[in-house]
Every structure is written in structure tokens, then in C-alpha cells.
Design a binder for this molecule. Structure first.
Ligand SMILES: Nc1ncnc2c1ncn2[C@@H]1O[C@H](COP(=O)(O)OP(=O)(O)OP(=O)(O)O)[C@@H](O)[C@H]1O
Ligand SMILES: [Mg+2]
Length: 254
């Protein structure tokens, strides 16, 4: 059979018959594919290879929720500093990130918080305490931690899986919708190192896929989203300079 181009249908199913307050992503087409959005209070793993717009996508959701719904967000960046994040966001249509209700906490500020903490405390505890304090002081509704790998690199944890379980359970009790960004090495099929994929309520996977000889497409797939009857197919994630949107995947069928 001769190879032909085909469009995979964007399958949209309604949400299940339970009332779940949802956080919209404001990525055109994605909320529909998720069955309406992301259940508030969920912990969502955002796993992707380098440069797959993990940071930009989450900042976008935060930016739009601040702009349209007045939701406050806290973005904890363990590697990239605040100025670099803001500059990247501005190039992607988030020009007033600094004026909106998206608060970025970077390593510089965290280290100042660390200086006030007891030296015996580990990074998981320090980070949890800083987040808890920030949430009770400012009423954040959404949290992002970028990235899990950077957190592991800082902490010398002996029992990572157990500590991760405790950390995520404590974060969950704060009631925030939480995005955990995980860096996936090229070629790896593993989404996370210490079972975070099982602990998380939802998983969004981002990867670059070669289409034909020359084209590369950025693809987003919702692998799981508890309580939602979501589309499991891969979607192409695009940004037109102003906003994010998903489209049907175009691939070569043999
Ligand atoms: N309009 C656009 N369309 C497609 N890609 C873009 C656009 N603008 C920027 N990019 C790409 O987005 C990537 C940067 O996005 P971002 O920093 O959010 O990715 P990331 O997955 O967080 O990266 P890292 O792995 O370094 O943390 C760069 O590779 C950049 O070339
Ligand atoms: Mg990033």
C-alpha cells in the first residue's frame, strides 16, 4: 500500500457523571480533549524531553487563569531564574506575567528561605514549609514545581520513593492543583524516577516526534487524568506567538 497522510480524529468525550470543579488550561482544543479541564486539587505530572515547552505551557495555564479567573499561582523554579522565565514568557504572549497573579519563586529566594531554616532539615521539608507558608499567606490555587530532577539533585535522599510519597501527600493536603515537571531524557520511555507517575492523578506527556524526513512535531498526550473521560490520543501542540492550541496529529501511515 502506498503511504498516505491521514488525520487522527480528535476524539472528545463528555466528562463522567460526577461533579468535578475543573481548572481550564486555556489551550485551544485541549480542555475539550481533557473532557473539560483538569480536576482542581489534582497532582499532575508534566513529563517531557528537553525543550518541549513544559515550562511555557504551565506558565500559560497560570497566566490565563490569573487573567480570566483571578486564580493566583505559585511557580517554584529550581533551575531557571525568574528573569529568564519572565523573558521567555513575554516572548510567548505572556507580556504581563510580572503584573499578574503568577508568582515565581526561584532558587535565589529559596536560598534566602533556606538560610532562615534549620540546617538539619532536608530540601523536601524546607520546600514544603515555604510552599505552605506562601499558600496560607497569599491563597494560591495552583502550584508548579520545576523540576523534580532539580529537587532530587538538591536533596540527598536515602529513600526517594517514600519521601516522594510523603512530600506529595503533604502538598495534596494544601488543596492546590499541582503541576510537577519531570525532565525525561531523550529516548527514555520512563516518565518519572520514583513512582511519581503512579502517585500523580494526571500525566501529560510532551515529546518531539519526527514526521517524515525533515519535520518535527511537538506532541502532547494525556496519559491519565483521574475522574475524567479524556482523549488518550496524541495531539500536536502549537504556539502561534500569541497563544497555545492543539490540533490533530498528522502522521505518515505505512
Ligand atoms: N512559537 C513557538 N513555537 C514553537 N516552539 C517555540 C515557540 N517559541 C519558543 N519555542 C521553543 O520552546 C522551547 C522553550 O520552551 P520551554 O523553556 O518552555 O521548554 P522546556 O520544556 O521547559 O525546556 P527545558 O527542558 O529546557 O526546561 C524552545 O526550544 C523554543 O525554541
Ligand atoms: Mg523548562
Amino acid at each position: 500500500m502506498t503511504p498516505s497522510l491521514y488525520n487522527e480524529d480528535l476524539v472528545v468525550r463528555p466528562t463522567m457523571d460526577i461533579e468535578v470543579p475543573l481548572l481550564q488550561t486555556y489551550v485551544d482544543g485541549l480542555d475539550r480533549a481533557l473532557g473539560g479541564g483538569i480536576p482542581r486539587g489534582s497532582t499532575v505530572l508534566v513529563a517531557g524531553t528537553p525543550g518541549t515547552m513544559k515550562t511555557s505551557l504551565i506558565l500559560w495555564m497560570m497566566h490565563e487563569n490569573a487573567r480570566l479567573n483571578g486564580v493566583k499561582s505559585l511557580y517554584v523554579s529550581l533551575e531557571q531564574d525568574m528573569d529568564s522565565l519572565k523573558a521567555g514568557a513575554a516572548r510567548m504572549g505572556m507580556k504581563n506575567l510580572h503584573e499578574s497573579s503568577v508568582y515565581i519563586l526561584d532558587m535565589g529566594q529559596l536560598r534566602r528561605g533556606l538560610a532562615r531554616s534549620e540546617s538539619s532539615k532536608d530540601w523536601f521539608t524546607i520546600l514544603y514549609e515555604i510552599i505552605k507558608e506562601a499558600v496560607s499567606a497569599s491563597g494560591y490555587g495552583v502550584l508548579a514545581l520545576d523540576s523534580l530532577e532539580a529537587l532530587y539533585a538538591l536533596s540527598e535522599i536515602k529513600t526517594p520513593r517514600r519521601e516522594m510519597f510523603h512530600f506529595l501527600s503533604s502538598i495534596k493536603e494544601l488543596g492546590l492543583t499541582t503541576f510537577l515537571i519531570a525532565e525525561q531524557p531523550f529516548g527514555s520511555t520512563r516518565l518519572a524516577q520514583w513512582g511519581e507517575d503512579f502517585l500523580a492523578d494526571g500525566i501529560l506527556n510532551l515529546r518531539q516526534v519526527e514526521v517524515g524526513e525533515t519535520d518535527v512535531q511537538l506532541r502532547l498526550r494525556c496519559i491519565k487524568m483521574r475522574w475524567m473521560n479524556h482523549d488518550h490520543n496524541a495531539l500536536a501542540l502549537n504556539h502561534d506567538g500569541q497563544k497555545f492550541f492543539v490540533t490533530h496529529v498528522i502522521s505518515k501511515k505505512k
